[in-house]
Every structure is written in structure tokens, then in C-alpha cells.
Design a binder for this molecule. Structure first.
Ligand code: BEZ
Length: 211
């Protein structure tokens, strides 16, 4: 069965551009963004991997490790990384898993044979420090992902985990947040000293707690 939100993600040991990686051990106490791309030396992937490298400090700030994957070999990744660095003016500073035996791709359901035969599609997995799967998205091969959106989701997940607020439609960092339904309005008023606005008994807003 496909991986579902809340599942503990499968562990594996696989080679990467940065040496052998035992996934759960490598993840440690960090959040993880694991993302697959169809193949090395392809144009959209080149821009994506460059953009992720440029966002390294944003991921670091949020205690997130990033790791990419395709079904190509370590040697192929090493050559392609040079191209990414040259063309995207960056320094790929995270591992790219090599998955020529498709071990990880199969464990995570990254191959959709009716879409791309034997190639990994553009999947993203956000995994929390307990190794629980918190988000999956799958993009078509021809559409580059928006990694600012991935950071936005991480911010939202961390606000929920650490501050017990959810985030409304089109929320951006600094916007008001939603008090989670499990907290009563009375409790919310104690917990959120910046104030709670009760629009409806089930819709309570509060300024972003960590701003
Ligand atoms: C790309 O990564 O550039 C790509 C891959 C498959 C189809 C189209 C674009």
C-alpha cells in the first residue's frame, strides 16, 4: 500500500553523492525533505536542484535536512553536480541518493509506470523528527516544483507542532493563524497573550505566536 500521512517512513541504506547513507540514522533529530527527480542531466531538474542548494540556509534555520534522489548512479550524480553548480551559480550542499536498483523508489512509491516508465516522478516527502510522514506531493516531470511552498508547509507544520496553531488559506509567514479545534476559546486566551478573535466558536484567529 502507498505510504500515507502519519506512517513511519521506511528506513534504507543506499549510496549517495556524499557516501553511504542509512536514512533514519542520517535524519537524526532533524526534519527531512526527501525529493525525487526523473533523471540527471535534465533541464527542469537542474534548476530545481540548484534552487534547493541556494535555500540551504532557510532549511537549516528550520532544522531541516534535504536529500534528493534519482535512479541514476553516484558517478552520474557527481558529474551532473558540477553542471548544476556551474549553470545555477550555486554549490550543491546536500546528498543526492543513487537508486539504480530502485530500492528507495519502490519503498516510497516514486515510480509511476503509467507516467514515466522506470523513472522516478517528482515526489516530495516531508518527514518529522519522529520519522513520521507529514506531507507528500507529486508533480509531473515537466513542471518544476516551488520550494518556497515546501518551506511554507514546514513553517505551518512546525507552528502546529510547537505552538498549537494551524494556518489558514494562502497563509504567509507573519499572517494570523487559526487556533486548533482541540483548544477551547478560554484556554486559547490564556495560551495566546497577543489575543484571540472568535469569528465563530469553531473559527478562532490569533497573531502568529512565534513572531
Ligand atoms: C526535466 O527534468 O527537465 C524533464 C524530465 C522529464 C520531462 C520533461 C522535463
Amino acid at each position: 500500500m502507498a505510504l500515507q500521512l502519519g506512517d513511519i517512513v521506511p528506513d534504507f541504506t543506499q549510496e549517495s553523492s556524499a557516501g553511504s547513507i542509512s536514512f533514519h540514522e542520517w535524519a537524526g533529530d532533524s526534519w527531512v525533505v526527501l525529493f525525487s527527480h526523473p533523471a540527471d542531466y535534465t533541464p527542469v531538474c537542474t534548476t530545481e536542484l540548484g534552487a534547493v542548494a541556494s535555500l540551504k540556509s532557510e532549511f537549516d534555520k528550520r532544522n531541516v535536512k534535504v536529500i534528493a534522489l534519482s535512479v541514476d548512479s553516484v558517478e552520474s550524480h557527481q558529474g551532473w553536480i558540477k553542471d548544476i553548480n556551474e549553470t545555477q551559480n550555486t554549490n550543491v550542499n546536500y546528498p543526492i541518493l543513487a537508486d539504480p536498483d530502485q530500492k528507495v523508489a519502490d519503498l516510497y512509491g516514486m515510480i509511476h509506470p503509467n507516467s514515466l516508465n522506470n523513472l522516478t516522478v517528482r515526489s516530495v516527502f516531508i518527514i518529522d523528527p519522529h520519522k513520521k510522514l507529514r506531507l507528500t506531493i507529486t508533480y509531473p516531470a515537466s513542471t518544476g516544483r516551488n520550494f518556497d511552498e515546501i518551506l511554507r508547509v514546514i513553517d505551518s507544520l512546525q507552528l502546529t507542532d510547537y505552538h498549537q496553531v494551524a494556518t489558514p488559506v494562502n497563509w504567509k509567514d507573519g499572517d494570523d493563524c487559526v487556533v486548533v479545534p482541540s483548544i477551547s476559546t478560554e484556554e486559547a486566551k490564556q495560551k495566546f497573550p497577543k489575543g484571540v478573535t472568535e469569528v465563530k466558536p469553531y473559527l478562532r484567529m490569533t497573531p502568529q505566536p512565534n513572531k
